[in-house]
Design a protein around this ligand. Structure first.
Ligand SMILES: [Zn+2]
Ligand SMILES: [Zn+2]
Length: 669
């Protein structure tokens, strides 16, 4: 028996998690953890809410509440959603907890003492309009590495490189849209450059890391590591444990990763054995796995290992299986653009196991994957219900009806087909184990589905309905082996669909929770003569409701009439349409050029079919300015125009009253 530590990337507590997050980094570690517990390993799996990020202060400012209110709200929503999904954390913690702060202070002071942290005066962006320094998410500009137009102040989503706000080309204040200036301020720096050699050494033997991760590391390390500021001018976050820095806080990228350690310590404390965390963090035989989306690679392969190396005496990440993105019909999920499928909403309509199945078989492991409602409906109905559920239900109902118990097996009368069935079970267990241990979860679930296909074919070939009339013993043998396949499927599916696996386990005569069974139980024999409960279909077919599919419309730029309260959060301005062209790759979209006086923007809008080009050209329109820039079918869209449902299936553009002569660029309140 081995010990395994699993760290799971921390969701920002500024919105509900969406299916992209689940496929990216929550479902994979849960499959991994459940499997390892079943083969007898001791697992510690931790994560929590990242409650200090600037996304949270931005949301708090929009809602005129304290950041703690936002953090608490989404921590509770997300902790519940993850629990409802069956993600089996040993502890899901919060970075605003005082016990997290103690661990961060300890690391900060130790690194300061070892001179891996030092003080330096630097120039940062200061917005004279807003009278404040602008931390990462308050700034946007062009990426200096890949020229992406809308890189954030902390990271470029396009090339994945972490950024400092001052590196952005043409930075703009996200609060007021004006161009900030540079001002001097004193901050603490982490001496990342001191770890260059040790990180090269550390990553050298990580041949098992995924290609995307290895490439990223290689690029970054050959480019040379630079020291980075770890504090900033903000009042929400972990404070600095020294006098004279009351207006500054520790940067979230430095502090949140420490959550892996603070949560392990907190878990120990709560379990009544305060030193238990040491067994996972100080014993070098314990492997540490970190599950995350690709945007988090630098923090887990460079920054966190460097902090750990600087502190000393703690285990470094062994594997960092970073997933690519799950997209929504080709578009990136984005809360601000309304392109989102939130988990709490989904769980109101769908069984968590159905969702887990779809996200596992469609997991963005080595390349981006796509979520679509049609595909979701189709795969659940044809694969989960039509193949897996169907085989299990046929085998169970036929046996229950004609034998009422698990039939006795006469091993002297096994046919070649029967031997093949037993071999298939053994082989599937080996393949699934290998794939899960290598974090290839999509392959693992495909192995399992192949066994379900085999089961359907085997049941048909044996034709127990005719054997029943001609040779009852042969029929008993065939059904017994069908139930061996069913039992194997119960154990194999447990890491992926724990609730369904448990129901199945009970149906074949095991009253105890399936998680108490060993993985090896799946290849072992059945309890002959055990009574069979009345079989109930394991999964139900689904019909995706029309409301859900409507969300697609938002991507096309047609937004619903916004509620009055939402108006207060958005920055609306009047712009004049100077050009209207057809979108080259979409039937319903126009590409608009809009003049706001001090700037020009390009917008993609779903107005074709509702408006002729001439009806929009030279008109003043109302535009939502403070949205994340989007790519719509390959064309950049930087803002969203306001339109309303006209109640007749059409769309009405909101055009300001031309008689009032409102200047373009004016703010709409
Ligand atoms: Zn970039
Ligand atoms: Zn400003």
């Amino acid at each position: 028996m081995a010990k395994i530590f699993i760290g799971v990337a921390w969701p920002y507590a500024n919105g509900p998690i969406h299916v992209g997050h689940v496929a990216g980094c929550y479902l994979p570690p849960d499959i991994f953890a459940r499997y390892h517990r079943m083969i007898g390993n001791e697992v510690l799996m931790v994560s929590g809410s990242d409650e200090h990020g600037t996304p949270i202060t931005v949301t708090a400012e929009q809602e005129c509440v304290e950041p703690a209110v936002i953090a608490k709200r989404y921590h509770e929503i997300n902790a519940k959603a993850l629990n409802d999904l069956g993600i089996s954390f040993d502890l899901f913690f919060e970075t605003s907890d005082p016990n997290h702060k103690i661990v961060v202070h300890d690391i900060f002071l130790k690194l300061l003492e070892k001179e891996y942290i030092y003080k330096k005066t630097m120039e940062l962006l200061f917005c004279t309009q807003c009278n404040r320094f602008l931390p990462d998410r308050y700034v946007e500009g062009q990426c200096p590495h890949c020229d992406h137009e809308a890189a954030r102040g902390d990271q470029c989503d396009e090339c994945g490189k972490p950024l400092d706000t001052i590196e952005l080309i043409g930075p703009k204040c996200k609060l007021c849209g004006s161009y900030p200036e540079l001002r001097e301020t004193e901050h603490f720096f982490f001496k990342l450059s001191a770890f260059q050699e040790r990180l090269i050494e550390y990553t050298a033997d990580k041949e098992h890391w995924r290609h995307n991760t290895k490439n990223f590391i290689r690029n970054w390390l050959t480019g040379g590591l630079r020291d980075r500021a770890i504090t900033r001018d903000i009042r929400w976050g972990v404070d600095i444990p020294l006098d004279g820095f009351e207006d500054k806080r520790i940067y979230v990228w430095f502090e949140a990763v420490i959550g892996y350690l603070s949560t392990s310590k907190e878990w120990s404390r709560r379990s009544g054995d305060p030193d238990k965390w040491k067994e996972f963090w100080q014993d070098t035989k314990v492997k540490h796995y970190y599950f995350l989306g690709k945007d988090n690679i630098p923090f887990h392969t460079i920054i966190w290992p460097a902090i750990l190396l600087g502190y000393g005496g703690l285990n470094l990440p062994y594997d960092v299986p970073a997933n690519e993105y799950l997209r929504f019909e080709g578009e990136q999920f984005s809360k601000s653009r309304g392109v989102t499928i939130d988990v709490p909403d989904l769980l109101k309509h769908y069984d968590p196991d159905q969702l887990r199945y779809y996200l596992a078989i469609n997991m963005p492991e080595n390349r981006d994957a796509d979520f679509s409602w049609d595909d979701f409906e189709n795969r659940i109905n044809t694969e989960l219900v039509g193949t897996l559920g169907n085989f299990i239900h046929r085998a169970l109902t036929f046996t229950a009806k004609n034998f009422g118990e698990i039939p006795t097996l006469d091993e002297t009368k096994l046919t070649a087909e029967d031997h093949e069935a037993l071999q298939m079970i053994d082989k599937t267990f080996k393949d699934v184990s290998v794939n899960i241990e290598k974090c290839q979860f999509k392959n693992a679930i495909k192995n399992i589905m192949a066994l379900a296909h085999f089961g359907n074919r085997y049941f048909d070939k044996k034709a127990p309905w005719s054997l029943l009339k001609t040779d009852r013993d042969a029929c008993a043998n065939a059904l017994h082996l069908n139930l061996r396949l069913v039992k194997a499927l119960a154990v194999l599916t447990y890491p992926f669909m724990p609730n369904a696996a448990l129901r199945l386990w009970n149906m074949i005569g095991y009253p105890d929770p399936i998680e108490n069974a060993a993985w090896s139980a799946g290849v072992e024999g059945l309890t002959q003569g055990a009574k069979l409960a009345h079989p109930v279909p394991l999964f139900k077919k689904i019909v995706v409701n029309g409301q859900d599919k409507i969300k697609e419309k938002k991507i096309e730029g047609v937004i619903d009439m916004m509620k009055f309260t939402d108006f207060q959060k958005v920055n609306l301005r009047i712009g004049k349409v100077t050009k209207v062209e057809d979108h080259p790759d979409a039937d319903k979209l126009y590409v608009l050029q809009v003049d706001f006086g001090n700037e020009q923007r390009q917008l993609v809008a779903g107005l074709k079919g509702y408006y002729e080009k001439e009806e929009i050209l030279n008109k003043n329109i109302v535009v939502v300015m403070n949205l994340e820039p989007a790519k719509l079918r390959g064309i950049d869209s930087n803002g969203m125009l306001l339109a309303a449902d006209d109640g007749k299936g059409g769309v009405a553009l909101l055009i300001p009253d031309p008689d009032r002569n409102i200047a373009i660029g004016s703010r709409v309140k």
